[in-house]
Design a protein around this ligand. Structure first.
Ligand code: FEO
Length: 172
């Protein structure tokens, strides 16, 4: 594996680890506010990000590189509101998408078609994650400060009515 590719993949490992940590902090905050459905959704999302990281770690090592297990920054501990959480989540996912697109660029520049092929899974994953975050945010904007609406929103998330399919994710 070329050094430039290895470096870029290791940077992505750090980003996925940071995402997992960030969503874990959001999940914990939601849990302390009694928003059990939102907490469940975010704990699950945090696990998915760890899976994204793990998939990269294994790929780097299998291809003859060395995965660099990163330290991660402490995420913020409290949030203004549910809407604020999902705004931050969408913003964060958009940054991750940019970083994945950058990885695709580097693969093409280095003519590393194997890694390019591997990264396509992340390209589709980003599309889904951004779409999901936008859907949730739209719902929250519609609900506004209506307590009954927020209660139903949280219950919907608890019943996984608008959550990703973790089984499909693990098989990928
Ligand atoms: Fe692994 Fe949500 O990007």
């Amino acid at each position: 594996m070329k050094a430039r590719i290895e470096e870029a993949l290791n940077e992505q490992i750090k980003k996925e680890a940071s995402s997992s940590h960030f969503y874990l902090s959001m999940a914990s905050w939601a849990e302390t506010k009694g928003l059990n459905g939102t907490a469940k959704f975010l704990y699950q999302h945090s696990d998915e990000e760890r899976f994204h990281m793990l998939k990269l770690v294994k790929f780097v090592n299998e291809r003859g590189g060395k995965a660099d297990i990163p330290s991660v920054d402490k995420p913020q501990k409290s949030f203004e509101s549910l809407e604020n959480i999902f705004e931050l989540l969408l913003e964060h996912e958009m940054q991750v998408t940019e970083s994945i697109n950058n990885l695709v660029d580097i693969c093409l520049q280095e003519k590393d078609y194997t890694t390019h092929n591997f990264i396509q899974w992340y390209v589709s994953e980003q599309l889904e994650e951004e779409a999901l975050a936008r859907t949730i945010l739209d719902k929250l904007k519609m609900i506004g400060t209506d307590k009954g609406g927020l209660y139903l929103f949280d219950r919907d998330l608890e019943n996984s009515a608008i959550s990703p399919d973790p089984a499909a994710e693990q098989q990928a």
